[in-house]
Write a protein that binds this ligand. Structure first.
Ligand SMILES: [Zn+2]
Length: 91
């Protein structure tokens, strides 16, 4: 009986630790998105041009429009929430 009580206490602590770790990772990712909002395009590896499959002709990357970089997913979410907040604020 004493062992079960100790096990129950240990499980609650582990769940709290997991929530704490997830919160730290999430806040760290959001901070990274604020500091460096762009990431390198995975399709063209940051070059902005790709070779076509059939003729191997160099063309502008359609995914990044030739910029070679993308907005990070977290930054897209931050921009969406900021726009939503600005629309809802009366002026
Ligand atoms: Zn690209």
């Amino acid at each position: 009986m004493l062992t079960l009580a100790a096990t129950a206490t240990h499980t609650g602590s582990a769940a709290g630790m997991i929530i704490l770790i997830l919160a730290v990772v999430t806040l760290g990712y959001l901070a990274a998105c604020m500091i460096r909002p762009f990431r390198r395009c995975r399709r063209c590896h940051g070059i902005g041009r790709r070779r076509s499959l059939i003729l191997r002709v160099g063309r502008t990357c359609r995914r990044c429009d030739g910029n070679g970089e993308h907005l990070r997913t977290g930054r897209v979410a931050i921009n969406y929430l900021r726009e939503l907040h600005d629309k809802g604020t009366p002026r």
